[in-house]
Design a protein around this ligand. Structure first.
Ligand code: PHB
Ligand code: FE
Length: 329
């Protein structure tokens, strides 16, 4: 595997710069800057470093997710399941139409190790890319100040069947380090009583999902709480802004469990605005396979993301075999 290419720490800021193929990554006190070349011109794009690290964290933790992970309207990744495309301007009409966009494909292990190297070097002590901004403050900024390996090495919580079953993911409690979040102090903490017939103890199971979510220590990070063949229930707790603009390579469903989230939905290819969806508790929405979307949540909210992990779906949507909409009204 190719090695991660990192510079010596910058003498003034303390941060390293990184090279990935023909892309460069550097940071200063406030910003991350990504460089590339197109039409024999050196181009650069700058993002606030806290937003960049939050997006990078999701991309790494989710294994490049389903389809596109846009860090903003210019830079992002496309998962090719084994390889990953890194692009600048590819899905932005301004860059695309003037030929100033650039895309390069990497083995997943190579881009992952470079992205992890950036996260490790650029995440300061106290900054948790998974936390809500009010919980982690302004710790992303300034000159290099320690690290936060514990926060960035969290693995995405997932289960074999359901949390709480024998040999499966644990439920959350004060005792295993998951206290109730301040936003969910009113959430009932009783567990259901399960009375299985003898012999069915391993087949019947239930747990309090509200309790489980009230104890999530991360935002905008779906955890898998039920696996039924290719059907994955991935609930998550959301506060502030989804740090990425997700471009779908399949349909996904949202069920709003509590509070309110506003979704900005745009065309996947060029970002043209398509819809604004305001979801209140009980609302269900299908996000089509041809859009990108970003959520805004003023108060920590519970959201169920329902994913379809059927192998081969991206090709079936891309070829037009499947409609981008799950239902036709
Ligand atoms: C999504 O892109 O569908 C998504 C990602 C993370 C979340 C919620 C939704 O927390
Ligand atoms: Fe999505």
């Amino acid at each position: 595997m190719e090695e991660t290419k990192a510079s010596q720490p910058n003498k003034r800021t303390g941060y390293r710069s990184f090279q990935l193929g023909r892309f460069s990554f550097s940071r200063d006190e406030y910003f991350a800057t990504i460089g590339w070349q197109a039409r024999e011109t050196q181009l650069a794009h700058t993002l606030p470093v806290d937003a960049f690290l939050r997006a990078l964290m999701r991309d790494v933790a989710w294994g490049f997710f389903y389809g596109w992970v846009n860090f903003d309207g210019v830079v992002g990744t496309r998962n090719r399941y084994g390889t990953v495309e890194l692009y600048a301007g590819r899905y932005n009409n301004g860059y695309r139409d003037s030929g100033l966009d650039y895309t390069e494909t990497f083995d997943t292990a190579h881009i992952e190790s470079t992205f992890k190297g950036i996260l490790e070097d650029w995440t300061n002590s106290g900054f948790d890319p998974f936390a809500a901004p009010t919980e982690t403050g302004n710790t992303a900024f300034g000159k290099k100040n320690g690290d936060n390996l514990e926060a960035i090495n969290r693995s995405r919580a997932t289960c074999v069947r359901m949390p709480g079953l024998p040999d499966d993911a644990p439920l959350r409690s004060d005792d295993n380090g998951y206290p109730v979040n301040r936003a969910f102090a009113d959430v009932d903490q009783d567990e259901p009583e399960v009375c299985a017939e003898p012999g069915f103890e391993n087949d019947v199971h239930a747990f309090n999902l509200f309790k489980y979510l009230s104890r999530s220590d991360v935002t905008w990070n779906p955890s898998v709480v039920s696996v039924c063949k290719s059907s994955l229930f991935c609930p998550t707790t959301e506060e502030n802004i989804l740090p990425v603009i997700h471009g779908n390579d399949r349909v996904e469903w949202f069920i709003q469990i509590s509070d309110e989230i506003t979704w900005q939905v745009s065309d996947k290819q060029d970002g043209t605005p398509r819809a604004r969806v305001i979801m209140k508790p009980g609302d269900v929405a299908a996000m089509p396979a041809n859009i990108r979307h970003q959520g805004f949540s003023p108060k920590r909210a519970m959201l169920l993301v329902w994913e379809n992990a059927t192998v081969g779906l991206p090709e079936r949507y891309e070829s037009g075999e499947l409609s981008p909409y799950p239902v036709q009204f």
